[in-house]
Design a protein around this ligand. Sequence first.
Ligand code: AR6
Length: 174
Amino acid sequence: MTRLEAIEADITTLAVDVIVNAANSSLMGGGGVDGAIHRAGGPDIRDECIAIVERHGPLPTGRAVITTAGRMPAGHVVHTVGPVWGTVDEHEAVDLLASCYRSSLDLARDALAASIAFPNISTGVYHFPKRLAAEVAIQAVSDWVGDDPGTVESVTFVCFDRDNLVFYRDLLRI
Ligand code: AR6
């Protein structure tokens, strides 16, 4: 059975098979966790992102792509684009956020990953309410691993602030 856990950490430091980036559609980096990942990983990540956007165009909200992790200890980075709270109705925002988690897990499984770590997608500058985002994330991941987890043995929700950690620990009952 796949293990779900929540920790407080800087995701760029984790030696897991896949870390997920809360990117934007340009894939060119930004602030928050996206900025931290590009800084820590170095220019190889940006070069791959440029090639992806040249080939396929900007990454739509809810979708994901995979690149090297550059100089970070992780094996790969999955870049996904969460919804901006308030730009679509609540149902659509929930569907798009769940799709980020599912799309990222699909790519992790295709890469034969055993471990994947997610940041709290959309809960920073995209302003998705934190508790609702945690509920959506845990539900989407639980449904996905219940279906066919493939090689994925552990899913870590990486919290960067106390609010998120409290919500995740409460919802995961840990
Ligand atoms: N490790 C783990 N989590 C982090 C880290 C880190 N090093 N740094 C920040 N967080 P945000 P979004 C948390 O704003 O809301 C970027 O500019 C942070 O506390 O990074 O999806 C992109 O380029 C929060 O809980 O992502 C996009 O334009 C969570 O990561 C836009 O922000 C997500 O916050 C995406 O906005």
